[in-house]
Design a protein around this ligand. Structure first.
Ligand code: 1GP
Length: 246
């Protein structure tokens, strides 16, 4: 079954998925082993692999290191068309629909299309929506876009609806890695109520309680990166909280 179908089936049955975001630049750091070990124990559903800016050119090594240790599927979450690899299982083909940067709406996709067509990667068309997380995150600087303000619920809802109408199969609401303020439950509830495709939510989630609240508010898939890099033991509690929220 494709990963996209797995997401859709899980949404239909109300099962929540938990994803750990791995930054390939940090894979050699001491705590990566602990993250992997805990991810296996905690039945983490998938890994997202990527970052807004990768400087160490070790994407392939990162994917291989994870593959050697476990069977958790790896989905590329690319910050640019330089972050592509056949060693992953799938790729979020992200269109940054909250922004008005043509390169991130369609330009980079044109460049990546022939590579992806030849590759074995499952391509997952995803509407990517940045929501203000009250921090100068890398993704805001690198994407040269403005996030949707948290109090502009109507803009977030209409953006999500438009993404679905354009045929995008997933929506990803992200406050950005390291956001000070994660996305609020009210906004998650409004957006999830307006669309029927699976909704991914991430950015600044630091506690299992917040992860569970987001899932209860309507997020189908929860992504956590930073908090787990800092404290790999959080993987267990976070995964339990999200899986238990379904
Ligand atoms: C960022 O949603 C992801 O794109 C995860 O964010 O690293 O803040 O958990 P954090």
């Amino acid at each position: 079954m494709s990963i996209l179908t797995q997401f859709e089936e899980a949404k239909k049955t109300g099962k929540k998925k938990f994803i750990v975001l791995v930054d390939p630049d940090k894979v050699r750091l001491g705590n990566m082993d602990a993250v992997l070990e805990n991810a296996i124990k905690a039945n983490v559903d998938y890994f997202f692999i990527g970052g807004s800016l990768i400087v160490n050119n070790q994407l392939d090594q990162c994917l291989l290191a994870i593959k050697e240790r476990c069977n958790i599927p790896m989905v590329l979450f690319p910050g640019s068309s330089l972050q592509l690899s056949w060693k992953a299982d799938a790729i979020l083909f992200l269109s940054l629909i909250s922004g008005r940067n043509a390169d991130l709406l369609i330009g980079n996709h044109v460049i990546a299309a022939p590579y992806l067509k030849l590759s074995p990667l499952e391509v997952m068309p995803t509407g990517y929506m940045l929501i203000d997380g009250e921090a100068e995150t890398s993704v805001l600087y690198m994407s040269n876009t403005r996030p949707i303000p948290t109090h502009k619920e109507d803009i977030a809802v209409c953006t999500a609806m438009a993404g679905e109408m354009l045929g995008l199969r997933l929506l990803y609401m992200d406050a950005g890695s390291g956001a000070k303020k994660p996305i609020g439950e009210d906004l998650i509830e409004s957006v999830s109520g307006a669309v029927s495709v699976p909704l991914i939510v991430g950015g600044g989630i630091r506690t299992p309680e917040k992860a569970a609240e987001n899932a209860k508010a309507g997020a189908d898939i929860i992504v956590v990166g930073n908090a787990i890099e800092k404290d790999p033991d959080l993987v267990i509690e976070m995964a339990e909280a999200v899986h238990g929220a379904g």
